[in-house]
Design a protein around this ligand. Structure first.
Ligand code: NAD
Length: 266
């Protein structure tokens, strides 16, 4: 668990896509610092309930779950309304849900394009437009969008993902300007490669597209992009999130924290 500590007692957070990977780690980081949470995401009900109960028991905070599918605007509206009514506040919104598909542009399935744009970009718009009035009324709020190094740089075969993540960066900056005088901030964290289920599943696809082995994908494609030559660790992302949601993060607005081992410095 990250050594960064911030007092979030009594605050309320929504983390989309927090049943797995980065979202689950960020949720745990917030819970460990006293924040009440609404988890969200897909998955087996038993596994989601086990995560919810573990966080609640371990950190003695309220942890709820809402099953909103990020493909559906009405369900996203319901997620935000649920968090506000159940937790009594909405201080932190982490837009993290995301999917990936790897294929060359001429073969890229149109339905995958639509789903990636909807889940990785349009859901951020819907969650923000419902959360911002609540945060504005409170006079304080923190929106953190989990974009990617691919919000600022491209890689081949990831057209929809790169387009969506660049879109998240633009949306973040626009929202930041609109909310700047309301005590609300909007920023991104741009991770490099983190060894989550999302990354595991694209190793085989990338190997096929590039005609190389899966070991070569990890060594020569993924870790080659990152000068540190290692995957980003969950705690390194939790530390960035805790800074952005803290009182000391009040002047970080419309910006991004790149946690990508130097990938974007090249
Ligand atoms: P993951 O597959 O482990 O987790 C994705 C989460 O999103 C899961 O909880 C899943 O249930 C949820 N989700 C997917 N579709 C959904 C839908 N329709 N409705 C609601 N929830 C849905 O992936 P991850 O690697 O932890 O990725 C999390 C975020 O981090 C994504 O936005 C991803 O683009 C971003 N990211 C990941 C990496 C990486 O290397 N893993 C790098 C940069 C950015």
């Amino acid at each position: 668990m990250t050594r960064v500590r911030v007092d979030l007692s009594g605050q309320g957070a929504v983390i989309t896509g927090s049943t797995s990977g980065i979202g689950a780690a960020l949720a745990e980081g917030l819970a460990a610092n006293g924040c009440n949470l609404v988890l969200n995401g897909l998955g087996a009900p038993d596994a989601i309930e086990a995560l919810r109960a573990r966080l609640e028991d371990t950190y003695k905070v309220r942890v709820l779950y809402h099953p909103a599918n990020m493909l559906h605007a009405d369900e996203i509206a319901d997620l935000i309304a649920f968090a506000h009514s159940e937790l009594g506040r909405l201080d932190i919104l982490v837009n993290n849900a995301g999917i990936q598909h790897v294929a060359r542009i001429e073969d890229f399935p149109a339905d995958k394009w639509d789903a990636i744009l909807a889940i990785n970009l349009t859901s951020v718009f819907h969650a923000c437009r419902h959360a911002i009035p609540v945060m504005t009324a409170q006079g304080r709020g923190r929106i953190v969008n989990i974009a990617s190094a691919h919000a600022l740089a491209a890689s081949p075969f990831k057209s929809a993902y790169v387009a969506a993540k660049h879109g998240v960066m633009g949306l973040t900056k626009t929202i930041a300007l609109e909310v700047a005088e309301r005590g609300v901030t909007c920023n991104t964290i741009n991770p490099g490669y983190v060894r989550t289920p999302l990354v595991e599943s694209q190793i085989a696809d990338t190997a096929r597209e590039r005609g190389i082995s899966e070991d070569a994908v990890v060594r020569d494609v993924m870790l080659h992009a990152q000068p540190t030559r290692r995957f980003v660790q969950y705690d390194e992302l939790v530390g960035a999130l805790l800074y952005l949601v803290s009182d000391d993060g009040a002047s970080a607005n419309g910006s991004s924290i790149n946690v990508e081992g130097g990938w974007l410095a090249k």
